[in-house]
Design a protein around this ligand. Structure first.
Ligand SMILES: [Zn+2]
Length: 453
């Protein structure tokens, strides 16, 4: 009954575990095309039941959630595992070396749609639970499983699902294995994401485009209207001038600042990867700006004529789209209202449209549970994990931190070059088996932690 036994079980079961993953990979489950979703949900349910997990499908307004639980003691510490069984479309098919839904091993990797994102990581979680029980006899904590079928379609029904099932999903910590490891090969621990609010601004002048000579100085130009408005929203240093924009931003703790300082950084290398070789800022500034500060980004602007040559007109309309990335505890609706209010005051004739939003999330790096999981991942990989307090991008992580009210920790099991969403998606065999080990160690450590607290 030990980690030696765990290692031995994984070694002797390699073939069998791979075959289980392959069964899941062979089943299409393309959420945006509604292809094979129910078949996959049923298949996964059956596989989970075979592992002894009490499982059922829960309907949502979209695709069903596969929900499972292993409850030992009603009041025991509870770990919730989140993942998704849907995949991206495989197109363009001609770029695949082997067919996307026929898993194939080459060069130490499993190639298939979903191998990394997210079926490989999801199966590692499930097989890890099985391995743990067979090695140690019993689970030391309760485990709940939420596998959704719409992640690749923006998790549109996940917030409502969590809201409606708060009692059922009640957990002490949420653990997600999705995404890619760090490109250095180190295991990665993510503690949050930035949120977002998307906004459109529309300015209107005359009813149609007019001759810029014959009506010059007579008609208002909506492009200038937007430019004037934008100048009131942000100063030349990038500071947002909208009243209250920075009000609710949570300051990083000393521990989080320390984590940002210890993340690997190579300006030249990053500059190359993002097509901006003149990137010169230092690492601390880079990570602070990327994870702890909001953005005020213009993502598109359209008006008049910008084709070849020149067309001498006064445009009749101008449209601007913005995605504003938010950090905890900024609220997307509050920020939208503040932008709206600002426009009302400075250019009431400009129309403001709400295009969508997502809350930011962050689990404090100071929590004991974060230390416990970090140490467990360290043990599993025999390599110190990198801890990133937040992603620059947005994911619906707030459904756990804000709606469910539980800390949420993301540990990607897939290799950095998993090519998710692209042809020849893959997961390295070592990464798959390390994922199995990883969840075994996490469960064991959480068991010890809950005993002691
Ligand atoms: Zn994906």
């Amino acid at each position: 009954m030990s980690f030696d036994k765990m290692e031995e079980l994984i070694q002797t079961r390699k073939e069998a575990y791979l075959e289980q993953l392959f069964v899941l990979l062979r089943q299409k489950s393309i959420s945006t095309q509604n292809l094979g979703i129910y078949e996959c949900a049923e298949l996964l349910k059956g596989m989970m039941e075979e592992l002894g997990i009490n499982t059922r499908l829960i309907e949502t307004k979209g695709h069903p959630v596969v929900y499972g639980e292993m409850i030992n003691h009603e009041n025991a510490f509870t770990l919730l595992l989140y993942g998704h069984y849907d995949v991206q479309p495989p197109e363009p098919l001609e770029d695949w070396v082997s067919p996307p839904f026929e898993p194939t091993i080459r060069e130490g990797r499993i190639f298939a749609r979903g191998a990394g994102d997210n079926k490989g990581q999801l199966m590692a979680q499930l097989l890890g639970i099985k391995t743990y029980i067979d090695a140690f006899g019993d689970l030391p904590v309760n485990v709940k499983f939420v596998f959704e079928g719409e992640e690749e379609n923006g998790s549109v029904n996940l917030p409502a699902f969590v809201e409606e099932n708060k009692e059922l999903l009640k957990a002490d910590v949420v653990f997600t294995a999705d995404g890619s490891s760090h490109n250095s090969g180190s295991p990665l621990i993510l503690l949050g994401v930035r949120g977002m609010v998307a906004i459109e601004l529309n300015a209107k002048g005359s009813d149609w485009d007019n001759h810029s000579g014959n009506t010059g100085n007579i008609l208002p130009n909506p492009v200038w209207k937007l430019i004037d408005l934008l100048q009131t929203m942000r100063d030349r240093d990038g500071k947002v001038l909208i009243k209250g924009f920075y009000d609710h931003i949570r300051k990083p703790s000393e521990q989080e600042k320390e984590l940002l300082r210890s993340l690997p950084y190579d300006a030249e290398n990053i500059g190359e990867k993002i097509g901006y070789p003149s990137l010169t800022m230092d690492g601390e500034t880079y990570y602070r700006k990327l994870t702890m500060e909001p953005t005020f980004n213009i993502c598109g602007m359209e008006s008049g004529y910008a084709g070849e040559g020149i067309k001498t007109i006064i445009p009749s309309t101008a449209t601007l789209k913005m995605d504003i990335r938010l950090v905890v505890d900024q609220d997307p609706i509050d920020i939208f209202n503040k932008v709206y209010q600002h426009v009302e005051e400075h250019a009431p004739e400009v129309e403001v449209k709400f295009l969508g939003s997502m809350h930011p999330s962050r689990t404090s790096a100071d929590l004991d549970i974060v230390k416990v999981v970090t140490e467990a991942v360290h043990q599993a990989y025999q390599k110190e994990p990198l801890i990133q307090p937040s992603l620059g991008g947005s994911l619906p992580d707030y459904v756990w931190t804000k709606i469910l009210g539980a800390p949420s920790i993301i540990v990607p099991y897939a290799n950095f070059d998993q090519r998710n969403h692209s042809p020849n998606e893959n997961i390295e065999l070592d990464y798959f088996f390390n994922g199995i080990k990883s969840i075994c160690h996490v469960i064991h450590s959480l068991g010890e932690f809950s005993k002691n607290s």
